[in-house]
Design a protein around this ligand. Structure first.
Ligand code: THU
Length: 135
């Protein structure tokens, strides 16, 4: 993982709006053309309306005109002893937007890094391909 990607995800995390959980998450999405998008969790007093950092990054990229498979890597960070891992909903969105072999770097703000692929995060995941596989 590139040093500037780690710096980017730390910066992205600073924007987190997490007054309820106090658990700030940063995401940094790198496009194949070099453009990057920040993501952070944005909580709500109606807790279920919270959006995670990973999904914030993808929503920003798509709103800016990027398409599925335009992405080179995703970095996520939390202030935890070991890097924490994306929730199930985020894994499903990552699966929708990225190639199965794209790297996802799970980090903590202290610099520990775990590299996973999209397929490792969501093995046998459901995708648009399944919708085309109807008998
Ligand atoms: N959160 C994320 O931003 N990403 C995840 O993959 C897991 C959870 C956020 C949502 C909420 O604001 C806080 O972490 C605690 O669950």
């Amino acid at each position: 993982m590139k040093k500037e990607w780690f710096e980017g995800v730390l910066k992205a995390r600073e924007q987190a709006y997490a007054p309820y959980s106090k658990f700030k998450v940063g995401a940094f999405l790198i496009c194949k053309d070099g453009k990057t998008f920040n993501g952070c969790n944005v909580e709500n007093a109606a807790y279920g309306d919270t959006i995670c950092a990973e999904r914030t990054a993808f929503v920003s990229a798509i709103a800016a005109g990027y398409k599925p498979c335009d992405f080179e890597a995703l970095v996520v960070t939390t202030d935890t002893k070991t890097p924490s891992s994306p929730c199930g909903s985020c894994r499903q969105v990552i699966k929708e937007m990225c190639e199965d072999d794209m790297p996802v770097f799970l980090t903590n703000i202290h610099g520990e890094v775990i590299k996973q692929t999209v397929d490792e995060l969501l093995p046998l995941g459901f995708s648009g391909r399944d919708l085309e596989d109807v008998k």
